[in-house]
Design a protein around this ligand. Structure first.
Ligand code: SF4
Length: 324
């Protein structure tokens, strides 16, 4: 199948054009990546059944498929035995994780029964993958890290519809509210695209207002750039580059203000930091809420130590604190 044909067939609604990859049994895959000796990324799902109009993933990676819960737990046990204190569950579209023997909630519960696992995180998960069952796993166990990276892309319903994202602004906010209600200390991250074709000033303002409402701890911001072979690339109402730049700057300003407010709210509190790397005057690591923390400590430590830290101040995008 040539590339042009793949694109044409996908755009006409045909999905999963890479039968070999699509049919591959994920249980046979060992695709975990590691970040240093702290965080192991365990891929539990591949492919995607959605067809967002800016994305080529479905064309390239085929339909969604999931590793079985049994195989994942087996793999996680080996990662933990090899010294990784933190496991991050990843997927191309983690919200579509649908193994034959469970779901994301039961998988998380199973993983939390592994001796030696100290932190469990979900990587990016689309809003339709978040339900009460899944969220209820988190308050019961400190090791389940209360940080949710939920791709947003736009805070405006008309843009979300044209993107074919499969959720509305209201639904997105309902997921955030559900999490905040069940896990008050939860923090949030998101991906946002500015300057998507047809994004009006009013639509962009809806994105800005949603950023303020959620108060993200981290944000991946993209200026829309067309991908050949996608529907959005051929849209006539492309947004001028200068407007995209201006909108990106506005998002950055609003996000940084919200982030600093969030970080300042930790001053005087105690957080748990998993140490990752030594710095000139201490250590650097992440809190359970996935906030970057710079820690002063006079006690000898090694990467992977988890210590209680009293937050004394904030830097640009990170916490400052002393070991308690
Ligand atoms: S953006 Fe994500 S959900 Fe949408 S088609 Fe691409 S991989 Fe799937």
């Amino acid at each position: 199948v040539c590339v042009d044909e793949v694109i044409e067939r996908v755009l006409s609604g045909d999905r999963g054009l890479l039968p070999d990859a699509a049919a591959a049994d994920m249980d046979e895959e060992r695709v975990s990546q590691q970040a240093g000796r702290i965080r192991a990324f365990l891929k539990v799902q591949d492919g995607c059944d959605y067809a967002c109009t800016f994305c080529r993933t479905t064309q390239v990676r085929g339909p969604s498929r999931s590793k079985s819960v049994a195989a994942i737990i087996d793999e996680a046990k080996r990662l933990v035995a090899n010294g990784y204190p933190e496991v991050v569950l990843t997927g191309i579209n983690l919200a579509q994780f649908a193994p034959p023997d469970g779901n994301l909630a039961s998988l998380s519960e199973g993983l939390l029964r592994i001796d030696g696992l100290r932190r469990l995180r979900l990587a990016s998960i689309n809003p339709y993958g978040i339900d009460e069952d899944l969220v209820s796993v988190f308050p019961g166990d400190d090791r389940a890290c209360p940080h949710f990276h939920i791709p947003l892309q736009s805070g405006d319903d008309s843009v979300l519809r044209v993107m074919a994202r499969g959720y509305s602004r209201e639904f997105y906010l309902s997921r955030v509210e559900l999490i905040k209600r069940m896990i008050p200390q939860a923090t949030f991250g998101a991906d946002i695209i500015v300057g998507f074709p047809g994004e009006s000033d009013a639509a962009f303002q809806n994105t800005l207002s949603l950023i303020k409402l959620v108060g993200f701890a981290n944000l991946h911001l993209f200026r829309y750039s067309p991908r050949v072979g996608t529907i959005a690339a051929d849209a006539r109402d492309q947004v001028p580059e200068a407007v995209k730049r201006e909108r990106a700057e506005q998002v950055e300003r609003v996000y940084r203000r919200c982030q600093q407010d969030l970080l300042s709210s930790y001053i005087g509190k105690t957080v748990s930091v998993l140490l990752e790397e030594k710095t000139r005057d201490g250590w650097r690591g992440y809190t359970r809420e996935y906030i970057d923390a710079h820690v002063h400590t006079s006690i000898a430590q090694v990467p992977g130590d988890e210590i209680a830290v009293r937050v004394t101040g904030v830097g640009e995008g990170f916490l400052l604190g002393d070991e308690k």
